[in-house]
Design a protein around this ligand. Structure first.
Ligand SMILES: [Zn+2]
Length: 150
């Protein structure tokens, strides 16, 4: 299960709405807990640097990654995933997403946006067999859950 503070999930969903009809994107930091649990403690928003159609593709700014890793240095948290939005599509990963799994350990949060409103966010992990994505439970928890960066 992936746990994320409701406030952080809301930041992702507001970003998804703000960037509509383009995809938003960013990184997730956090830590691994018991069993397969991952706690997301931080959200780092990126501009969408895709060279293609921003309504159907995204590219996280590598400087966001570098800054986030700098902030995490010496702490318990690490980069655990990424998020992006699907304007007027479901929260399921696309074929293009599957083609772009460069770091198989990262979790993927996808927010579906319908006509400018975030309707659903789902979490997925990559499975090399297939290869394919597998849905994992996502639970929004009360509280702040760490600092966000923007
Ligand atoms: Zn996608």
């Amino acid at each position: 299960m992936i746990r994320i503070a409701r406030s952080l999930l809301e930041r992702i969903e507001r970003a998804a709405e703000a960037s509509y009809p383009d995809e938003c994107c960013g990184l997730l930091a956090g830590r691994h807990g018991a069993a397969d649990d991952i706690l997301v403690t931080r959200v780092a928003e990126s501009v969408n640097l895709t060279g293609g159609d921003a309504r159907t593709s995204f590219e996280v700014d590598s400087r966001v990654r570098l800054n986030l890793m700098k902030e995490l240095r010496g702490g318990d948290d690490d980069v655990v995933g990424l998020y992006h939005s699907h304007p007027d599509h479901s929260a399921e990963p696309s074929a293009r997403d599957l083609d772009r799994v460069f770091e198989p350990d990262l979790i993927w949060l996808i927010t579906a946006v319908a006509q400018g409103r975030a309707v659903e966010t789902r979490a997925h992990v990559f499975e090399p067999e297939g290869p394919r994505f597998r849905a994992v439970a996502l639970r929004a928890t009360a509280g702040e859950g760490g600092n966000g960066t923007s």
